[in-house]
Design a protein around this ligand. Structure first.
Ligand SMILES: [Zn+2]
Length: 381
């Protein structure tokens, strides 16, 4: 179930931000601060985010559609003038919880950095893309902007659903997601052209426990060794980092110090190379001698950007500006996979990430300022 709300003029004006930006003096840092100060943990307050984006685009020739899925608000902004096809910027506004960081939603600029939950991941990138989109609107270029929630929870109620519905009415040519570059050492050194897959699993294992003086070949603790050997038993293909397997929780009930329990529960976080199939993983985990109950918690397939020419053009453009970009497929999954599976060329490029998801998350002010014109030019490639 979703609701599409189409508007020709912005309808949500926040008193706090109305008139805060004018077309001629929009500043990416001020916009990022306005976004960070909205608590959007778990995609809360999506409508407030949309109000701020509306304010930043006030007076420009745009239309907006809202796509809401189970309470998650997503907005699609596009030109009010005719366009056969659109370049798409995509940014998520939802953030992870702030835990004990009590200043998480009070953005602060200090020593060249902007601090706050979501500053890096990814309200900074969202602010820069919004202003690049604004510049493109001024020049009557054919670009669009997705402002989405739910990314931190897998994106099914965000880009996953919204892209499908947007594509029923609009043609998207290529896409860019302004996610922070986790592995980036120097700004501009990384462009993501794909990602490893993600597979989260919960396993309940029943084997044969007993007296700890015995060898007990099918005792559940031996199953842990089987799991730790998994990485070496899976296939990897060139061009993407190899599959990694990590145990993220583990429990065996203690009955006595000299008794091996017969049950084990564990959760796994598997990052998959494109040569590793879901079936191969499941096949490996169902091991003879054990009763294995597997609950699949989350799965996102590995993907590559389907438009090689686009990725090349972005790398060439950044090189021409003096950056030293390399294409990368590192990191976890992202909303890019939805574009890729719709056959739309997609790259991810953004500021460097400083402690994203952690305390004192921050982003470089200079990098956000540099991104606005870079994003605008990439949309024109
Ligand atoms: Zn993100």
């Amino acid at each position: 179930m979703y609701v599409v709300e189409s508007v020709f003029k912005p309808i949500y004006f926040s008193k706090a931000f109305k008139g805060y930006f004018s077309i001629h003096s929009m500043d990416v840092i001020e916009l990022a601060k306005a976004l960070i100060s909205i608590n959007t943990v778990d995609s809360a307050n999506g409508k407030k985010v949309v109000e701020v984006i509306d304010s930043a685009l006030e007076g420009l020739p745009y239309k907006r559609e809202l796509y809401t899925y189970e309470g998650v608000v997503n907005a699609f902004y596009y030109p009010a003038y005719e366009c056969a096809e659109l370049f798409a910027f995509n940014g998520h506004y939802d953030v992870v919880p702030a835990d004990d960081w009590n200043k998480a939603f009070e953005p602060e600029e200090k020593d060249g950095f902007l601090y706050g939950r979501g500053s890096a991941d990814m309200k900074g990138g969202l602010a820069a893309m919004t202003l690049a989109f604004a510049e493109l609107l001024k020049e009557k270029r054919c670009a669009s902007l997705f402002v989405v929630g739910d990314e931190e929870k897998g994106g099914a109620k965000g880009t996953g659903a919204a892209l499908k519905d947007v594509l029923k009415k609009h043609k998207i040519r290529r896409a860019l997601i302004g996610e922070p570059m986790q592995e980036s050492k120097v700004f501009g050194d990384t462009v993501k052209v794909g990602r490893r897959g993600v597979f989260w699993l919960k396993l309940r294992i029943k084997g044969k426990g007993g007296h700890a003086s015995q060898s007990l070949p099918y005792n559940p603790s031996r199953y842990i060794a089987h799991v730790l050997d998994m990485g070496a038993n899976l296939t990897n293909k060139e061009g993407m980092a190899p599959t990694t397997v990590n145990i993220t929780s583990l429990s065996m009930p203690l009955s006595a110090y000299n008794t091996v329990p017969s049950t084990l529960e564990l959760t796994l976080d598997i990052r998959m190379n494109h040569g590793t199939s879901r079936e191969a993983i499941l096949h490996y985990l169902y091991k003879d001698g054990y009763e294995v109950d597997i609950e699949e918690l989350f799965y996102a397939a590995p993907f590559f950007n389907p438009d090689k020419e686009y990725a090349e053009a972005v790398l060439t453009f950044l090189s021409s500006k003096g950056y030293k970009p390399k294409s990368s497929t590192a990191g976890g999954s992202s909303d890019a996979r939805f574009f890729s599976s719709a056959g739309i060329g997609v790259v991810e490029f953004g500021p460097r990430s400083f402690n994203a998801h952690g305390r004192d998350e921050r982003v470089s002010v200079d990098e956000l300022r540099a991104l606005v014109p870079l994003y605008k030019r990439i949309a024109e490639l």
